[in-house]
Structures are given as C-alpha cells and as structure tokens.
Design a binder for this molecule. Structure first.
Ligand code: SF4
Ligand code: SF4
Length: 173
C-alpha cells in the first residue's frame, strides 16, 4: 500500500508538533488537522471519484456550479478537487455541504461507521478516542429519517474497506 506510506511520511513532517484534537460538535466533526491538511477538498490521487450524496433538501438549480456531479443527486471529489473550495476554504454554508464533509474521516458505508485510515487525524488520535467520537456521531445520524440515512451511506466494496478503512463496530442499519 504505497500510497499509505507516502502519506504517513507527509503527515509526520507536517503534524508532529501541531495541536491534535477531534470533537463532535453536535452535527459535525471539528477536526484540528483539516485547516492545515485540506486534502479532502483538493485534487485527489485516486482514479475513482469519491461520491458525496446530497439529500433532496440540498438539491437546487445550479447545483453543478457548486459541485462536480456523479449524478443529479450525488456530488463527488476527484482529480479536479471540489468546485466549492475557495481560497478561504469551503465557500458553502455547512447545511449545503454533503454529509460526508461534516463526518470525514468518519465514513458511513454499507450502514456502518468506518474511519479512513490515511487521514492524519486517524493516525494521531487514539482509536479509543475515535470510538467515543464515532458513538456521538452515530447517535446523531441514527436520528435522521431512515431514507436519508440510506441515501448518505456509501456503497464501498469489501476489498476497499479492508485496504483503506478501519471498522468501528457501529452499525446504523
Ligand atoms: S484528510 Fe483528514 S485532516 Fe485532512 S482534510 Fe480530510 S478529514 Fe481533514
Ligand atoms: S463541499 Fe466544501 S467541505 Fe465538502 S469537499 Fe467541497 S469544499 Fe470541501
């Protein structure tokens, strides 16, 4: 997994001395690594786009001005990055962003919560702390209507999950 070690070396050089904190803020994850890292919103290394489902309440005319779209209800991140990224970070209000943006590196996939293993916050924050944060996120997610929850849950293959994600043993459906 060459890409994994590439990022471990990068994160070591950037984050060794920085503040390391993740806090669940009721509806989104406050992650002290993101402002410096910004990897999620920029151009991706992967060939395959990362899907970011939108709820019906987030759809509006001109959606294609905010996001690259996989389909009319699914934004995506790919080698071009995200259209909503500005020089001052994300230009969208939090309510307009895909749910995935407020959760990452927690990822809802196949009805369960996972942790994306390459994120620097995953590497530096102990798993015991992550499980506490994920439980809070899971409680909040479980209050969403079942159709919304299923809509924002990604379909990720068992092979990719094994390669890039840490299973947190929190099942939502
Ligand atoms: S990879 Fe992790 S730290 Fe970097 S922007 Fe994404 S969530 Fe934030
Ligand atoms: S919508 Fe905003 S937070 Fe989400 S990937 Fe795009 S720029 Fe980043």
């Amino acid at each position: 997994m060459k890409i994994y070690y590439k990022y471990i070396d990068l994160w070591r050089s950037i984050f060794e001395k920085s503040v390391k904190r993740v806090v669940w803020q009721g509806e989104w994850l406050d992650n002290s690594f993101c402002a410096v890292c910004q990897h999620c919103c920029g151009p991706q290394d992967e060939e395959e786009p990362f899907p970011m489902a939108l709820l019906p309440s987030q759809l509006h005319p001109g959606l294609e001005d905010d996001f690259y779209l996989l389909d009319p209800e699914t934004a995506c991140l790919d080698r071009r990055g995200c259209k909503a990224l500005s020089t001052n970070g994300c230009r969208l209000p939090r309510a307009s962003r895909p749910f995935a943006c407020g959760l990452f590196p927690l990822v809802l996939a196949n009805g369960c919560l996972y942790l994306y293993s390459i994120c620097p916050a995953t590497l530096y924050i102990p798993l015991t702390e992550w499980i506490g944060v994920a439980e809070q996120a899971g409680e909040w997610l479980s209050c969403l209507p079942a159709t919304d929850l299923r809509r924002i849950s990604l379909d990720i293959s068992a092979e990719t999950l094994a390669d890039r994600y840490i299973f947190l043993h929190i099942r939502l459906f």
